[in-house]
Every structure is written in structure tokens, then in C-alpha cells.
Ligand binder design. Structure first.
Ligand SMILES: Nc1ncnc2c1ncn2[C@@H]1O[C@H](COP(=O)(O)OP(=O)(O)OP(=O)(O)O)[C@@H](O)[C@H]1O
Length: 302
């Protein structure tokens, strides 16, 4: 099984901008001639800061927003001439950033997972078994089906959201910042789960995030989105090891850092000689900072 599961061709979407009185002042090109494709079973990462157009692309893939022009093909079939996401709802599912707000607080976990089963006409007879199976896939015990969202941790809620997304056996999953609302320790477990499920079920993922270290581990290919335009794309290793575009370097320079010393260095990084530094310069600077810390510690010990 090969070939693209998702093809995005010259996709464009603009929104009107308005002043404080609601009068139209112009337009913002939220998505500007974006093209990329994801082969079956692969993970494509779409990275960019807030406002770069990531969610607008996701919403168009889900059929929640209509493109102005361009085409979206899922498993070779265009979806852009249809007005409703229902048409391809079985093939494409989405996992949202905030599992708390994506689950209905008045529904039990079992009822939430059953919603897509009902929507797609899953037979009533096998439903309980399917719910247990889905909870098992996301490593939750069967008795969680009776619980309500407020009785679950953030990570458990996101597992339920993943189970619900998998209920109708989609081929493509759009993951929109799936772990950014979770604690760091829980993030890794949810990402591991997604990676395992992807391999087991031969899923194709579009992984949207501003967390570049997470993206590097998870996505085989990445596209860097800046003001609606993909300014750079390629394999994760190529883009992150040898970023060609200044904006990618800037994004990499803002990756969260691990020590206080590195943190102290961070605000100065984009200002070195008035230039955005290369990754090599960053590494050299960080090595310098570590050396300095060791020297300071030795002096303090004395
Ligand atoms: N419904 C809308 N009406 C007007 N402008 C919009 C609308 N949706 C998005 N935009 C604008 O389009 C641009 C892209 O927004 P989008 O939400 O796709 O970015 P994003 O990268 O997903 O950001 P975030 O990470 O904050 O969700 C922004 O300038 C935003 O203000």
C-alpha cells in the first residue's frame, strides 16, 4: 500500500479583516498557495507559530471550512467540491488540543466513544464490545466506560478522545496540538501511544504543533508554515539539522531550553551581531554557557 493518503494542492484561504467598528479593512491570507502530500502510513508535521494558518488548513481538511481555491485529495478523491465533512468523515478524524473541552461533560466515556459509532451506523449489537476494544487500544480499562470526564486526568481524557477518533477506523488522523494541554511527563506517553497505534493500524498522521522537539521525534517529514506560506519542507532531519530558511532558524532558536543557563542565553540569541544565528553558533554558545557554569560552580565551592 503506497501513494499519498492526503494531497494538498495550491490551497488558498483568505479572511476579511475588520476595524473596531466591524467595517472591512482588507483581508488576511490565512493559507497562501499551500501544497504538500502525505504518503500512506507516514507522519507529516506542520509547524509554525500562532496565526501561521495551521488550524485553517486542518479545518479545510476536515470539511469545516471551504477553501477559496486549490484542492484537497484524500486517498485520491477530491473533497473540495463538497460542503460537508460528513462525506469523508469516516476516513478522516481529528484529535484536538484540549481534551477537556472536546468531551461532553454530561456523557460517560462509553457514550462519548459511541457517538461516532452511531453517526456512522455501527450496529447496536456489537457496540459495547467495540467500546471495550477501543478503550483497550488506548490502554484504558473497560470500566472507564462508566466514568465521566471530570473523573479523568488530562492524559486519560486525551486517550478517550483518541479512542473516539479511532472508533470508525479512519485512515487519516489530524492531530492539532494533541499534547500541548498536558503535563510534559504525560505528553511523552500520549505521543508513544499515537506512534504505536500509527504503526499497528497503518495510520497516516498530520501532526500540527509548535513544539519542534516533539515534531522531530514524531514526524518523518515536516513543513514550516509562516504567514500562510510553507517556507521550507523536507525530512525532519534535513529541516532541523540544516534549516535553510531564516524563519525556521528563528523557530529553532525559540525551542524550549533545558537549563537556567541556557534560558538566560535565549533572549540574546536572535540578536547576535544583528543576525539570526546558525544552529552551529547556537551549539557553540550553549557549550560556552555550560563551561561558564562549571567554572562558576568550582569557584563557589572554593
Ligand atoms: N474565521 C476567521 N475569521 C477571520 N480571520 C481568521 C479566521 N480564522 C483564522 N483567521 C486568521 O487567519 C490567520 C491564520 O489563523 P489560524 O488559526 O489558522 O492560525 P494557527 O497557526 O492555527 O494559530 P493557532 O496556533 O493560534 O491556532 C490568522 O491571522 C487568523 O487571525
Amino acid at each position: 500500500m503506497s501513494g499519498p493518503m492526503l494531497e494538498i494542492r495550491n490551497l488558498c484561504k483568505a479572511f476579511p479583516t475588520r476595524n473596531a467598528f466591524g467595517r472591512r479593512t482588507g483581508e488576511v491570507r490565512a493559507v497562501d498557495n499551500v501544497s504538500f502530500s502525505i504518503d500512506k502510513g507516514r507522519v507529516y508535521g506542520l509547524a509554525g507559530e500562532s496565526g501561521s494558518g495551521k488550524s485553517t488548513i486542518a479545518r479545510m481538511i476536515m470539511g469545516l471550512e471551504r477553501p477559496d481555491s486549490g484542492d484537497i485529495l484524500i486517498d485520491g478523491r477530491s473533497i473540495t467540491d463538497r460542503s460537508s465533512g460528513r462525506v469523508h468523515g469516516r476516513q478522516v478524524q481529528m484529535v484536538f488540543q484540549n481534551p477537556g473541552s472536546s468531551l461532553n461533560p454530561r456523557r460517560t466515556v462509553g457514550q462519548s466513544v459511541a457517538v461516532p459509532l452511531d453517526a456512522h451506523g455501527y450496529p447496536r449489537a456489537g457496540r459495547q464490545k467495540r467500546i471495550t476494544e477501543l478503550l483497550d487500544m488506548v490502554q484504558l480499562p473497560a470500566n472507564f466506560a462508566q466514568r465521566y470526564p471530570h473523573e479523568l486526568s488530562g492524559g486519560q481524557k486525551q486517550r478517550v478522545a483518541i479512542a473516539r477518533a479511532l472508533a470508525v477506523e479512519p485512515k487519516l488522523l489530524v492531530l492539532d496540538e494533541p499534547t500541548s494541554a498536558l503535563d510534559v511527563s504525560v505528553q511523552a506517553k500520549v505521543m508513544d501511544l499515537l506512534a504505536d497505534l500509527g504503526r499497528e493500524m497503518d495510520l497516516t498522521y498530520l501532526f500540527i504543533s509548535h513544539d519542534l522537539s516533539l515534531m522531530r521525534n514524531f514526524a518523518g517529514d515536516v513543513g514550516i508554515l509562516y504567514r500562510g506560506v510553507i517556507v521550507e519542507h523536507g525530512t525532519s532531519d534535513a529541516v532541523f539539522d540544516h534549516p535553510a530558511h531564516d524563519y525556521t532558524r528563528l523557530l529553532l532558536a525559540s525551542v524550549p531550553v533545558i537549563s537556567k543557563e541556557e534560558e538566560a542565553l535565549r533572549p540574546h540569541i536572535p540578536l547576535i551581531d544583528g543576525e539570526i544565528p546558525t544552529p552551529e553558533m547556537l551549539i557553540a554558545l550553549r557549550q560556552q554557557a555550560v563551561k561558564q557554569t562549571i567554572t562558576n560552580e568550582v569557584q563557589t565551592d572554593d
